[in-house]
Design a protein around this ligand. Structure first.
Ligand code: NAD
Ligand code: IPM
Ligand code: MN
Length: 375
């Protein structure tokens, strides 16, 4: 027997004694600013709920790449495997090609831990300025379930031919198992919500991958006769998200389509700074990862102006996943009350800095009746 929290075979017991072990990767740009904010809020909620969180911070990202030629150490993924969750900021540096930074850090994490679901709530919170004229917050309440480990995001392709006459291929790969499990997950979530699923496709033009996608989704749908569903081409979905956002409940989409539509979803929410996501693994021993949807936003970095709400919301998703739903609700409640009081950052028309907004959220958590907004 040992008290060493690293002891593998005692992992579960060690967690119960010492709390949850969370790997933090603040990353680049505004990543460290929003992650610091999120940690403070999560700590406050966890403390109040008697939930232990042990943070282990990893200084990985573009600065490390400059120094060593790697975005993370060679054994980085093995180190993450020891944790219960990963809390991630952002990667991306104007001086390094984006495919180097993302394929050096964030995409390998998703793939290594088979985080097949990218769970992205698109919910417009009361108090946020409307981007669509004449709409009400309740009309923007969708849940994106994005396939997260295959599809268009594969390292399969090649470049051939002479300079000036190049030929390039980039191959998408879909598996029956991959489509089936993400679709099943989406139908389960639809059952808990308004019982409607939209499957994003493009089977008119993509006559191999998306025709197969539609077939598998239709098969899985047979197991959910109580949930209504429709296939919808991605172009039409983009149009309808703006014109009739209330028609979407749960949306299942391939990796690339889900990526694009959730930035549109973030616009419907009112700011990329609000959007949160969870990368969920089906493997009990492996960590899921929680992150804001936005990137490193170099235009805002280092100025204490970024909106940390998406990172805070991602923290709530993490607390929920770690088995602390009460603490998760406390975070969301405080976040929503702060925003409803229009105590917000510049992207939402306010004047608060990142740290001021974070302090307001923590204050709101400490006064559950909402009487903390008078100062
Ligand atoms: P971005 O998300 O960084 O920024 C897009 C726009 O949203 C910018 O106008 C930015 O100012 C704004 N914005 C983003 N986060 C905000 C916040 N918290 N508060 C207020 N405004 C916010 O996307 P980009 O400019 O396309 O990419 C910048 C870099 O980030 C690139 O290197 C890209 O590869 C990378 N990226 C990383 C991730 C990730 O790590 N998960 C996600 C997207 C992009
Ligand atoms: C996101 C990001 C990533 C993605 C990039 C950084 C690879 O845009 O999480 O939405 O495309 O998945
Ligand atoms: Mn994206």
């Amino acid at each position: 027997m040992t008290d060493d929290p690293q002891e593998g075979s005692l992992g579960a017991a060690a967690t119960a004694r010492r709390g949850h072990s969370v790997a933090v990767i603040p990353g680049d740009g505004i990543g460290p600013e929003v992650i610091a904010a999120g940690r403070e809020v999560i700590d406050a909620a966890a403390h109040a709920a008697g939930v232990g969180i042990e943070w282990i911070s990893y200084d990985w990202g573009s600065a490390l790449y400059r120094a060593t030629g790697r975005m993370m150490p060679e054994d980085g993924l093995d180190l993450l495997a020891e944790h219960d969750a990963v809390y991630f900021g952002a990667v991306g540096d104007p001086g390094i090609p984006d495919h180097i930074t993302v394929w050096g850090l964030i995409l390998p994490i998703r793939k290594r831990f088979d985080q097949f679901v990218n769970y992205r709530p698109v919910r417009w919170l009361p108090g946020v300025p409307a981007r669509l004229a004449g709409r009400l917050p309740h009309e923007v309440d969708m849940l994106f379930v994005r396939e997260n480990v295959e599809g268009e995001y594969m390292d399969i392709g090649e470049r051939s031919g002479h300079a000036g006459d190049e030929v390039v291929t980039q191959t998408a790969r879909f598996t029956r198992r991959g489509i089936e499990r993400v679709t099943r997950y989406a139908f389960e979530r639809a059952r808990e919500r308004r019982r409607h699923l939209t499957s994003v496709t493009k089977s008119n033009a993509l006559k191999h991958s998306m025709v197969f996608w539609d077939e598998v989704v239709a098969e899985v749908a047979g197991d959910y006769p109580d949930v209504g569903w429709r296939p919808m081409h991605v172009d039409a979905a983009a149009y309808e998200m703006v014109m009739e956002p209330g028609k979407f409940d749960v949306v299942v989409a391939s990796n690339l389509f889900g990526d694009i539509l959730t930035d549109l979803g973030a616009a419907l929410q009112g700011s990329l700074g609000l959007a949160a996501s969870a990368n969920l693994t089906p493997r009990p021993g492996d960590p899921s990862a929680f992150e804001p949807v936005h990137g490193s936003a170099p235009n805002l970095a280092g100025r204490n102006v970024a909106n940390p709400a998406g990172a805070i919301w991602a923290g709530a998703l993490m607390l929920d996943d770690l088995g602390a739903p009460g603490a998760a609700r406390a975070v969301m409640d405080a976040l929503e009350r702060t925003i409803a009081a229009r105590d917000v950052t510049q992207d939402l028309g306010g004047s608060l800095s990142t740290t001021q907004f974070t302090n307001r959220v923590i204050a709101a958590m400490k006064s559950p009746n909402g009487d903390d907004h008078d100062g």
